[in-house]
Ligand binder design. Structure first.
Ligand code: BTN
Length: 334
């Protein structure tokens, strides 16, 4: 049964990928030839896709045409957009957390670049032990596996690189340029558009990095947020009034993450320059916990290692390397 379901899913996704790639009418016969399956199996896949919301017209003379697709992340859509790269992308309808799922694959030896994406997460996780709300078909929830040959101390930096990569993906795919709230929140209209959770496994004695999982959540289609989040969270739809394809955005994110993987750590200067230009924390008053107190300072700059340089009222300066700051003027903090 599981095997049959798997074969059916693969067939559906292959048919979908062919229809999407063609962008025009494709005959049942050519699909059956290309996939090495019967015409009846092609027809069954088309029927199932229709039940899932794909509008596919058919004519006995010419074949099948895909008229419209529901906005779903799925293997066939990824394959049509990413070609061979999609072989290392796993699309799930629902999962606890894409980070947790990918960590299991990483322990099983999955290669660098493996991506897990989901249409919803039932236990999406954020930084500092928080949860990340992941409603069905409204955001992009995606994790990528990295196996960089670098020291564990470089990992906080990598998170900042991912923020730059995600900003670039949003610019190319949606035409919006979010700000970055130090360290790694994406910000639009003074509210949080998305976040990044980077997790690492290192060998006990040598400290050598076994793998890093970078998970990104971006709010795309939400029309509202629960009351407790409404002052601090936003979505692409709420900020622009436009509907964006989650699949197109997910693919742009994967392309930028691949570019990051190739660039890390040598092309630091370019990522640092973009980070500094996008960082909306700079020039503002920030508060953060330190030594059991809440301290206030002014954010002045981003240093060479993506640390946040702050200056206190008495003129004393410090650089924060990790943690989180509240920023006056963002997320409803006045
Ligand atoms: C944060 O803003 O605190 C980080 C949010 C990270 C959310 C993403 S969604 C995909 C991946 N899976 C998770 O469980 N978390 C990350």
């Amino acid at each position: 049964m599981v095997f049959f379901y798997g074969v059916m899913k693969m067939t559906k996704d292959s048919v979908l990928s062919i229809l999407l790639t063609a962008g025009e009418c494709v005959s049942g016969e050519s699909m059956s030839r290309e996939l090495g399956i019967s015409r009846a199996a092609v027809n069954a896949a088309v029927q199932t896709l229709r039940q899932e919301g794909y509008v596919i017209s058919s004519s006995t003379r010419t074949g099948y045409t895909l008229a419209s697709s529901p906005d779903k992340l799925r293997d066939g859509e990824m394959a049509a957009r990413l070609g061979g790269r999609a072989e290392k992308v796993v699309c799930l309808d629902s999962v606890g957390s894409t980070n947790d799922y990918l960590k299991l694959l990483a322990k099983d030896g999955a290669p660098e670049g493996t991506v897990v994406a989901a249409n919803t997460q039932t236990a999406g996780r954020g930084r500092m032990g928080r949860s990340f709300l992941s409603p069905e078909n409204e955001g992009v929830y995606l994790s990528i596996l990295l196996r960089p040959d670098c020291a564990p101390e470089s990992v906080p930096q990598l998170t900042a690189w991912v923020a730059v990569a995600m900003r670039r993906a949003l610019e190319s795919s949606c035409g919006v340029s979010p700000g970055i709230k130090w360290v790694n929140d994406l910000v639009l209209g003074g509210r949080k558009l998305g976040g990044i959770l980077t997790e690492m496994a290192a060998e006990g004695e040598s400290g050598h990095i076994e793998y890093i999982v970078a998970g990104i959540g971006i709010n795309v289609g939400q029309t509202a947020f629960p009351e407790e989040l409404s002052a601090m969270a936003t979505s692409l739809y709420l900020e622009t009034g436009k509907h964006f394809s989650r699949c197109a955005l997910a693919c742009a994110m994967i392309r930028e993450l691949d570019a990051l993987t190739a660039a890390f750590p040598l092309e630091k200067a370019a990522y640092l320059e973009d980070y500094r230009a996008a960082c909306v924390t700079l020039g503002r008053e920030v508060t953060f916990p330190a030594g059991g107190q809440t301290r206030s300072a002014r954010a002045e700059g981003i240093d060479e290692d993506f640390g946040l340089s702050v200056r206190f009222a008495d003129g004393h300066a410090e650089t924060l390397r990790s943690g989180e700051v509240s920023v006056r003027g963002l997320y409803g903090y006045v």
